[in-house]
Ligand binder design. Structure first.
Ligand code: DC
Length: 230
C-alpha cells in the first residue's frame, strides 16, 4: 500500500485554500481538517457568551471558559463536507459571517486558545493521511509535514472572491467592508507574537491571483503525487 503523508496548506485568507485542500483530500482519500473553522468556532462562542464588548475581548474570561468548549467535526451527508460543531451543535453556517470574521484574528492571538487547538489538530493528524489548512500548520502544528504549501493572492482578488461567496449565500455585505477585513486580518495574522503567519522555509509557494479552481487543484495534486512517488 502507498505510504501516507501529511500535507500542510497555509496562507492568507480567501486564497482558495480550503476549497483546494478539501478537493485534494477527497482525491487522495485523506482526512481534511479546516483549522480556521476551529478558531472561528471559538470566536462564535466568545460572541455568544458576550466575552467581546465594544470590540474588546476579555481574554481572562475566555481563558476561564475554554474548558467549556468542545470542537468536533461531523460529515454532512449531502455534500460530504466536514462541518464544525461547538459542544455537539453544528455551527458551520454561523461561523462564516463577517461578524465572526471581524473578531477571529483577535481570538487567534490568544496563546492558550492556540495551544488547545494545536494539541487537538496534532491528535487529528497523528496517523498521517491528512490535509490540514490554516496559518501555522507547516510551521507549528506539523513542522515535519512531507508536503507544505503556502498559498497567497492579491488582496483585492481575495476580497472579490470572499464578497462573491457571501453574496451568493444571501449575506448583505459591502465590498469595501470585505476588503477592509481581508487587509486587517492579513496584518494581525502576520504580526501576532504567537505563531504568526509566515511561509515555512521548505514550503512551496502558490500564488492563486490568476488561477482558477481547477488550476489550483491540479497544481496541488501534482505536488502531492510528486512527493508520494519519492
Ligand atoms: O482560514 P480562515 O480564514 O477561516 O481562518 C480564520 C482565522 O483564524 C484567520 O484569520 C486566522 C486564524 N487561524 C489561525 O490563526 N491559525 C490557523 N491554523 C487557522 C486560522
Amino acid at each position: 500500500m502507498q505510504r501516507k503523508i501529511t500535507i500542510a496548506i497555509d496562507g492568507h485568507s480567501s486564497t482558495g485554500k480550503s476549497t483546494a485542500a478539501k478537493q485534494l483530500a477527497q482525491e487522495l482519500g485523506y482526512l481534511y481538517v479546516d483549522t480556521g473553522a476551529m478558531y472561528r468556532a471559538v470566536s462564535f462562542f466568545a460572541l455568544r457568551e458576550s466575552l467581546i464588548n465594544n470590540g474588546i475581548l476579555d481574554t481572562t474570561k475566555l481563558e476561564d471558559r475554554l474548558k467549556d468548549i468542545t470542537i468536533t467535526f461531523e460529515r454532512n451527508p449531502e455534500n460530504g463536507n466536514n462541518e464544525v460543531c461547538l459542544n455537539g451543535k453544528n455551527i458551520e453556517k454561523e461561523i462564516r459571517t463577517l461578524k465572526v470574521s471581524n473578531v477571529v484574528s483577535k481570538i487567534a492571538e490568544v496563546s492558550t486558545v492556540r495551544s488547545k487547538l494545536v494539541e487537538q489538530q496534532q491528535k487529528m493528524g497523528a496517523e498521517k493521511g491528512v490535509v490540514m489548512d490554516g496559518r501555522d500548520i507547516g510551521t507549528v502544528v506539523f513542522p515535519n509535514a512531507e508536503l507544505k504549501v503556502f498559498m497567497t493572492a492579491a488582496a483585492d482578488e481575495r476580497a472579490k472572491r470572499r464578497y462573491d461567496e457571501l453574496k451568493k449565500r444571501g449575506d448583505k455585505v459591502e465590498y469595501d467592508d470585505v476588503l477592509k477585513n481581508v487587509i486587517e486580518r492579513d496584518h494581525i495574522d502576520s504580526n501576532r507574537e504567537d505563531s504568526p503567519l509566515v511561509q515555512a522555509e521548505d514550503a512551496l509557494l502558490l500564488d492563486t491571483s490568476h488561477m482558477d479552481r481547477d488550476e489550483q487543484f491540479d497544481t496541488l495534486l501534482h505536488w502531492a503525487k510528486e512527493e508520494l512517488s519519492k
